[in-house]
Design a protein around this ligand. Sequence first.
Ligand SMILES: Cc1ncc(COP(=O)(O)O)c(C=O)c1O
Length: 392
Amino acid sequence: MKIESKLVHAGDRKKAGDFIPVTTPIYTAASYFYDSMAQLDRVMGREEEGPSYARYDNPTNNALEELVNTLEGGGGTVACASGMSAMQLGVMTALLDRPKRIVAANVLYGATVSMLMKILEPFGIETRWVDICDFPAVEKAVAEAKPGLIIMETVSNPLLRVGAMDKIAQMAKSANVPLLVDNTFATPLLVRPLELGASIVIHSATKYMSGHGDVLGGVIVADNEYCGTIRTLSRTVGPVMSPFEAYLTMRGIKTMGLRVERQCQNACRIASWLASHPAIERVHFTGDPSHPDATTIARLFPKNLYGAMISFELKGGRAEVFRFMERLKMIVRATSLGDVHTMILYPAMASHRDLSPKHRARLGIHDGLVRISVGIEAPEDIITDLEQALQS
Ligand SMILES: Cc1ncc(COP(=O)(O)O)c(C=O)c1O
């Protein structure tokens, strides 16, 4: 099946007694009853498939996991309570029996940076930061640090840079270091990191996967080497998704192909409109032919589907950004992305708030930088709203 069909069919239609539900329902039970002790014993011993306790398995979550696993081409998938819990599980999985050192892209989602600096470092896990778009620098950092893990995002947040994931994954394989990719911005529709040689992929399912702004969730997908460990750790530590969120995420994924395609088309149109606006200093967009990583993007992304995130620098600073954002009428000012509605966020105040102003400036996250997640609305309406807010 092509990915558009997998989105709609994978994971569903599991036998539930005498009938088969067409779409997977929400199983709210915390534990499961079997007629015989012998069968329960087999289920508990994993000799027979079946749920026993909700921290170990849940049929709704299992259906979502099968769906995401099919999309990413994984060995196994675990649905998590949030994108950050998936990230934490990924780090624990990789470092369990490896050197407690990480090489990470120096521009990552703010909470990932905070986790590495403020939580893992005090636990003795050191991170060496590297410009992920400078392949020789990544190679050097891995050779010198001999890490137990490399972390990158397919598309960096919020400057939308794209590292050479294919080359990094091959280099990581020959150095015997797992590569963990946060694929939230790209979705498996655009890039499938495991196919390129990554070992672990995570998503904030809160974003494009669920797509409607009503879920907090994450998924972690691992290759054959790590899929057993993500499941074992998840069963022990328990960062599991609620079945209600799993149901909504699965429902969302069925239309992800249509949504993301439309969002990418809208983004191309809006990015070129923004680039010609006099109030805007600079536009960062993966579909821009003059993007600094255009060659890598052409290699990794399908033609004309370059993602639907745009960042742009407004002339002026914080005060101008606040005035512009308050004047928007349709575009939603809120902290998230990937939803059907267009959303706007001020990274210095939201995703990268916890970094010092100096750290932000070093990363190129200036005070005038705004990030838009383009939705599925009519592109004319998005442009009209931006125009009136920029004009007045
Ligand atoms: C790229 C990226 N990764 C991870 C996360 C964390 O996801 P969650 O908020 O679901 O924990 C986010 C959240 O915005 C994100 O943008």
